[in-house]
Write a protein that binds this ligand. Structure first.
Ligand code: 3H9
Length: 743
């Protein structure tokens, strides 16, 4: 049996003790690891045969920080108790103890791992080690001295930047910044190099440095104050709805102005305050939910499948349009070979040039070299026919042509003829039932959905759409493809709009209803974007997608869910479409996108000139549309009227088993629509900030206000069930018979 979280100690003949942090796979600082570390360090400091101590991690990593599972499992008070005083203890036993300490860093040294290393008297790392303080991504601040020691090692400006962006740095960069003292030439030489440094410290050949006392890397106080002021302003702009980054800056400032020890106390207080805020639980939820999407029951949860894992070296992308070229780009970047199929040379050339341009933008951002770009383009082959010689090499196909059922059916019939029987055949449809697309195939069960979001090489989510017929090994290997091309894959069931588009279809409809009832569209965008935290509001989104496309998608939903689709024929989108103001692509929509002008502007005057539906009059709402006027609604009402219908649809998706677990819905909402991560995802937000009973009651009120227009306000059975039983939405699936197989 593997040992529990601990540390081990050995002492060599030269008197160097090695303490190994042991908690696989990433040696997270479980409280047991921390107490073992303290005990062993105290032993080393008191042993006559120990001259110096090297601390390293077991396996491939040094340490990925405090054990995040503790945050998920315990209340902030309990966590506080279990780490209480740890920061001071680490200072005493690592930095100020009788024997000098050296961190030997391989793999990652993140969060508390980086802080343990920073508290040592010196640091040695491998060239590919990754070091940083990503705590802000978890809604907390570094709590083991990181806010004090990092700026003292690399300077305030750089330290602030690293902490506030959660970025990590690799070996050579860490060395040039002053974060590490030596780089071992090879991983095999790490321990020997660290031991040599430890002996030099013990003999006095190398000066023993206590980082907390250092002032030499910090900027003079007046400049430091200016840097901190700028950081505060930028942070307020970048993250206006969360407090923990500002708490972090406060702690850093306390140390810069009053010394490291005072800063350490300020850090502990700020850490405890941040840990109590809702953003912390929300972001920890995201951390585990993101890793949980890959663990699918009976597929990738450790279940042994008869079919071995496929080789995933070559992908064929059918269609070189926006989506197809994005998918091809992501696959090339992941080291795969790509066969790009188009119907004529002109389209093929356009697709290839789109791929080159996607990669070129990576070069411009410094993420790729010209040489690598050319190597990737060598792995791309454009074809105009389904030649067996090309398609027999292919391990996975992603079809990405326009949403025409007949065309897709023919493509899969052709593919079945030319691809190997083990080749995965997937479609990137965004709405069409995948079993319909498979209708002309001899083996319709081979088809699976691979729904990307535009731009496909940038957006992080991949919806994997399976039917009840999909073999588990195909789902498993598509999950592997998703991870390979650096997407977060979420497995979903087959229905109109799958999980993401279906859940968010009331988002725009509710906004349109509000606007038709007299609420200013630009106010709605402002509330949804600035106060709630979405990347863009529903009207800007409609302009981006195109009013014509929105109407088409709305039509699909109307067919599938007629009782809850709002499509007022005299409403705002309809009237803009009549004028062919389809949004950004026609330079006119809710906003104006005039050429030569850098900024988009609100098309207030243009809209008012169209007619009464844009004039926000209470009388118009009542007499022409027959809806009550919403002129007096509060910002909170706007949030509830737009997002509660979204939660309501998510409840239906959970009840039908379209997603296997509520956390998958959280991730899907954050990674596709940009639902704020600091709210923890859609279901987490609904449970943590609203509650099923409140949501159900508010929806009932809205449904009474608009009995004709909007079935989407009527609370569904799942929501009511949770409300009556007092059960969180995240646990409501337990009341449903077969939550994972709708088909
Ligand atoms: C902190 O340190 C606070 C302190 O300042 C003060 C405290 C008072 N804890 O991501 P992967 C698990 S806060 C527990 O799939 P990769 C992870 O859940 C911490 N578990 O692999 C997964 O488990 P499973 C600050 C952790 O190779 C497994 O390890 N540190 C932790 O793609 C493999 O992870 C961070 O924010 C943890 N700290 O990436 C670093 N870390 O197999 C967070 C990982 O059961 N971690 N696990 O699903 C990471 O960024 C990535 O996990 C890492 C590996 C880069 C390390």
């Amino acid at each position: 049996m593997a040992p529990g979280p601990t540390c081990t100690l050995s002492v060599d003949r030269q008197g160097v003790a090695t303490i190994v942090l042991t908690n696989p796979p990433v040696n997270a600082l479980h409280p047991d690891v921390l107490s073992a570390l303290q005990n062993l360090l105290e032993e080393c400091h008191s042993r006559a045969d120990v001259k110096a101590v090297v601390i390293t991690g077991s396996g491939k990593n040094f340490c990925a920080g405090f054990d995040i599972a503790q945050f998920a499992a315990q209340s902030p008070e309990k966590v506080k108790e279990s780490v209480s005083g740890a920061s001071q203890i680490l200072t005493r036993v690592l930095e100020e103890g009788a024997k000098p300490t050296v961190a030997a860093i391989q793999g990652v040294a993140l969060g508390g791992g980086c802080e343990v290393a920073a508290a040592c008297n010196a640091r040695v790392c491998t060239p590919d080690a990754k070091i940083g303080l990503p705590e802000l991504q978890l809604g907390i601040i570094p709590g083991f001295g990181g806010t004090q020691r990092l700026p003292r090692l690399v300077g305030l400006q750089t330290g602030l930047e690293l902490i506030l962006t959660s970025k990590s740095v690799k070996g050579a960069k860490a060395h040039s910044l002053g974060l590490v003292d030596e780089i071992a030439k090879t991983p095999q030489e790490l321990l020997a190099t660290a031991k040599a440094v430890a002996l030099d410290l013990a003999s006095g050949k190398r000066k023993r440095v206590r980082t907390l006392d250092r002032e030499d890397r910090l900027e003079p106080k007046d400049i430091a104050k200016m840097i901190l002021g700028i950081a505060r302003e930028q942070t307020k702009k970048r993250a206006p709805n969360v407090q923990h980054p500002l708490l972090c800056i406060d702690a850093i400032e306390a140390g810069v102005l009053n010394g490291g020890k005072a800063g350490l106390a300020a850090e502990t207080a700020a850490f405890n305050e941040a840990a109590r805020l809702p953003a912390h639980k929300a972001l920890v939820n995201i951390f585990f939910a993101m890793r949980g999407t890959k663990k699918v029951k009976g597929v990738s949860d450790g279940t042994k499948l008869a079919v071995p894992k496929r080789k995933l070296g070559t992908v064929a992308v059918i269609g070189g349009g926006l989506m197809g070229s994005g998918i091809a780009t992501a696959s090339l970047e992941a080291g795969m070979s790509v066969v790009l199929k188009e119907i004529n040379q002109k389209f093929l050339d356009a697709g290839v040039s789109r791929i080159r341009s996607n990669l070129t933008s990576r070069v411009k951002k410094g993420k790729l070299t010209e040489q690598k770009l050319e190597q990737m383009m060598q792995r791309l082959k454009g074809v105009l026919t389904y030649d067996r010689r090309d398609f027999q090499q292919v391990d996975i196909v992603v079809e990405a042509v326009i949403e025409v059922v007949g065309l897709k059916q023919q493509i899969f019939k052709d593919l079945e003829e030319v691809c190997r029987p083990d080749c995965i055949l997937s479609t990137n449809t965004s709405t069409i039932d995948i079993t319909l697309i498979a209708q002309k195939m001899r083996q319709p069960e081979r088809i699976i959905g691979a729904h990307f979001f535009s731009p496909a090489h940038v957006m992080p989510l991949l919806e994997i759409v399976r039917s009840s017929q999909t073999p588990a090994d195909v789902t498993r290997d598509l999950l592997r493809y998703g991870s390979q091309i650096r997407k977060t894959p979420v497995v979903v069931g087959n229905c109109t709009g799958f999980a993401v588009n279906r859940v968010f279809f009331p988002y725009t409809m509710a906004a349109m209803l509000l606007a038709d009832a007299g609420v200013d569209a630009f106010r709605i965008d402002r509330v949804v974007q600035r106060a709630f935290g979405m990347p863009i509001g529903p009207f800007r989104l409609t302009d981006l997608v195109g009013g014509d496309v929105s109407k088409h998608v709305g039509g699909n939903f109307l067919l599938s869910f007629p009782e809850r689709t709002y499509g007022n024929p005299s409403g705002q989108i309809a009237q803009l479409n009549d004028k062919k103001w389809f949004g950004e692509k026609t330079a006119r929509g809710f906003y104006r996108y005039d050429k030569g002008e850098k900024k988009r502007t609100k098309a207030v005057k243009d809209l008012e000139a169209i007619g009464p539906v844009f004039q926000k009059s209470a009388q118009h709402a009542q007499t022409h549309l027959g809806v009550p006027s919403l002129l007096g609604v509060s910002d909170r009402d706007i949030v509830e009227m737009i997002f509660y219908p979204v939660v309501n649809e998510a409840c239906r998706v959970l009840a039908e088993g379209i997603v296997e677990k509520p956390k998958d819905m959280d991730i899907a909402s954050v990674m596709s629509m940009g639902f704020p991560a600091y709210r923890g995802g859609l279901v987490h937000w609904a449970d943590a900030e609203c509650g099923a009973a409140h949501i159900a009651a508010r929806l009932q009120t809205f449904a009474k206000m608009f009995p004709q227009q909007s079935g989407f306000f009527v609370p569904c059975e799942y929501l009511l069930n949770c409300a009556y039983r007092g059960v969180p939405l995240s646990q409501g699936q337990a009341f449903y018979q077969s939550p994972v197989s709708r088909l």
